[in-house]
Design a protein around this ligand. Structure first.
Ligand code: BGC
Length: 677
């Protein structure tokens, strides 16, 4: 490690041009280094589910290499469903070690924006609607990443909760609401988690762009929180040289190769030379960059070696996927299924669809990806005859997606996928045909599993666009309803990144399993849950609404508008809103069944040590894991209860444990605390 003095000396030795070259992009994912002083370039890569594939240095042309396949981890929503801090640490650790293995310095994740509406196209990259769950898991994730001499980069600061008009929309939100709901994860990740990098957002917050917002970046993050790490813009989020230079931002990144025209390149040089901006401001940025490099042992000393595609990483990805599966319905104990069945029909394109290479900047090349169909066949080992019918298709979706969308992503009129009536018509015809085939086959089978959900095409779970509604796409509701008439005991598996409306068929079905985007071993985890090799222990980290009218952003706030969006819902986001207003959603926050049953009693709060203890018994006949949740109630804000702690435990049938849940923010006098399972 270099001393503070040496860093000061280095800054003094750098010329203005050298300094400027370090504070803006010199490649789509890198800054320039200064060879003569042994300062390397800073290399970024996207996360959060794995290290992104390689691009050409100066364009969004994919290199098409054979050595940039990686471990594909479950998405952050899946991770949140585990309610398990250890797994968040392990996830980060896999990502960090792989980032080193791929010679990256900064991994652009985790995304910790709050899920304010189920329409947000990037919800799958985010953890939860709850600030406490988000921060607890994100802190561990970041610690996991950074143990490998790689920096995590928590994003997108601040109030970046919709993709509609994300480049320009102005979020109008009270400071108190930001402090209580939208900032805590950033605050804790940067302070308690020791995260070395922060990414600003595209959107405006109360009038100014997030990536060059002096109030939030400087007054809040630097001065109030005492953060001395790196602040990087989102890609192309800078709009003004003076504002950016003075805001607390260190590095400007963008999506085009005209590096010299970047706001923090020639335009800034001119202002410095004219004496309009002090070189001291630039020195401060260099200090932050060198501090980051120093922390990663990039300037001297030994850097930890990385590794990617190890068996250990794949095992961890599986572990997370297993604990993320949420059992939503299991009437008549239809699940787990009996492995001894003679034949089985699996229906639905998500049974075989692979998701790694989609979603926007979260895309990656997975070494392999076990689909649910492959997971089921693998588990049954050939003893059961497994047939497959597609049932519905997402094959032709409005046209072809533009591969190099990121290059044009700053053009406000740009449409990534062109719709065409002809394609729509063809798609309908094809689905009808597939439906008829599946229905005909269904009559021949006693055991049927439907695997549907969403995917990463624009307009579904994807960056740059929001969803139009929360309906299942591709006419899946029609298919499910017709299949249920033939086999009411058909098991439904859904893999998606955010809430879907199940009202059209939920009352007519017995078993529903929710599998998120579960990473490369997602299909294995789903199969294990279906056949009882793993007892589901995931809980919903977000409210599953029946429809948008139950969600605060749509009921009392604003969402999806282009110019400005006022957060009139204030702190009442997610379950805070439904609790307050007596709304019964489809499935509430924290919901998740198991193949066994648990009871929790004698909940007691200890103010001295800030814990809630309780006794938990496994009252069923199977072993299983369960998350014990501690809630806090403020008498002045009835009937809202707020998550204040959680702990995951394992119990054998009949086993009883005294569980201590830490209320990590400290027990507040006068408030009521209790534990539930
Ligand atoms: C996204 C960021 C991402 C960056 C680099 C932007 O479009 O908003 O999350 O890290 O691109 O790919």
């Amino acid at each position: 490690m270099l001393s503070k003095e040496r860093i000061g000396e280095l800054i003094a030795e750098l010329t203005l041009d050298e300094k400027l070259s370090m504070i803006h992009g010199n490649g789509m994912f890198e800054t320039a280094g200064v060879e003569r002083l042994n300062i390397p370039p800073l290399i970024f890569s996207d996360g959060p589910m794995g290290v992104r594939l390689e691009f050409e240095k100066d364009s969004w042309e994919k290199k098409g290499l054979s050595d940039d396949y990686v471990t594909y981890l479950p998405c952050n929503s899946a991770l949140a469903a585990t309610f398990n801090r250890d797994l968040a640490y392990e996830t980060g650790s896999v990502l960090g070690e792989e980032a080193r293995g791929r010679r990256k310095d900064v991994i652009l994740g985790p995304g910790v924006n709050i899920k304010r509406s189920p329409l947000c196209g990037r919800n799958f990259e985010y953890f939860s609607e709850d600030p406490y769950l988000t921060k607890e898991l994100a802190v561990e994730y970041v610690k996991g990443v950074q143990q490998w001499d790689v920096s995590a980069c928590v994003k997108h600061f601040l109030a970046n909760n919709q993709e509609t008009a994300r480049l320009e929309v102005d979020t109008i939100v009270d400071e108190e609401v930001l402090k209580e709901i939208y900032m805590p994860a950033f605050h804790d990740v940067l302070t308690r988690g020791g995260c070395y990098s922060l990414m600003g957002s595209y959107n405006r917050i109360n009038g100014k762009f997030g990536s060059q917002h002096t109030h939030y970046l400087s007054d809040v993050v630097r001065d109030e929180w005492g953060y001395d790490g790196l602040i990087v813009s989102d890609w192309g989020a800078i709009h003004d040289t003076v504002e950016a230079a003075e805001s607390g931002l260190d590095v400007e990144m963008s999506v085009t190769p005209d590096y010299d025209n970047y706001y923090l390149a020639s335009p800034l040089k001119k202002l410095v030379e004219e004496g309009k901006i002090s070189e001291e401001l630039i020195n401060k940025k260099i200090e932050h960059i060198l501090t980051l490099m120093n922390r990663l042992n990039m300037l001297d000393g030994e850097r930890k070696p990385g590794a990617y595609n190890t068996e250990e990483h794949r095992a961890k990805a599986l572990k997370v996927a297993e604990e993320s599966v949420v059992l939503l319905k299991n009437d008549k104990d239809i699940l787990p299924l009996d492995k001894k069945m003679k034949k089985l029909l699996v229906i639905g394109e998500n049974a075989e669809k692979l998701h790694a290479l989609g979603g926007g900047s979260a895309e990656l090349k997975s070494l392999y990806e076990i689909s649910p169909l492959m997971g089921i066949k693998k588990l049954l080992g050939g003893n059961t005859k497994v047939e497959y019918a597609k049932g519905y298709s997402c094959d032709i979706y409005r046209g072809d997606e533009d591969e190099k969308w990121q290059e044009r992503s700053l053009d406000l009129n740009y449409v990534r996928v062109k719709s065409s009536e002809e394609a729509d018509e063809k798609m309908k015809e094809l689905r009808k045909k597939l439906r008829e085939e599946a229905l005909a086959m269904a009559k021949e089978y006693e055991n049927i599993i439907f695997v549907g959900g969403s995917d990463h095409v624009p307009g579904h779970d994807s960056e740059g666009d929001d969803r139009l509604d929360i309906k299942l796409p591709y006419e899946q509701d029609i298919l499910i309803k017709e299949l249920l008439k033939i086999r009411p005991d058909m098991v439904i598996v859904l893999t998606a990144g955010s809430v879907v409306d199940m009202r059209e068929w939920i009352d007519d079905t017995h078993a529903v399993l929710w599998g998120w985007y579960g990473g490369m071993e997602g299909g294995t985890a789903i199969a294990e849950a279906l056949f009882g090799d793993v007892n589901p222990s995931g809980r919903l980290p977000e409210t599953f609404y029946h429809d948008l009218s139950e969600c605060s952003a749509h009921a009392i706030g604003e969402y999806g508008k282009k110019d400005s969006v006022e957060y009139k819902d204030g702190i009442y986001v997610g379950y805070r809103y439904t609790d307050k207003n007596g709304v019964t959603p489809q499935f509430p926050f924290g919901y998740g069944l198991s193949y066994t049953t648990f009871e929790c009693s004698n909940s007691e709060v200890n103010e001295e040590v800030s814990t809630v203890t309780c006794e938990v018994v496994n009252t069923g006949s199977r072993a299983g894991k369960v998350s014990v949740l501690a809630y806090m109630k403020d008498k002045e804000d009835e009937p809202v209860k707020v998550l204040a702690g959680f702990e995951k435990i394992y119990l054998e049938p009949g086993e009883k444990k005294t569980v201590t849940v830490n209320v990590t923010d400290g027990v507040v006098k006068g408030r009521e605390y209790f534990a539930v399972v």
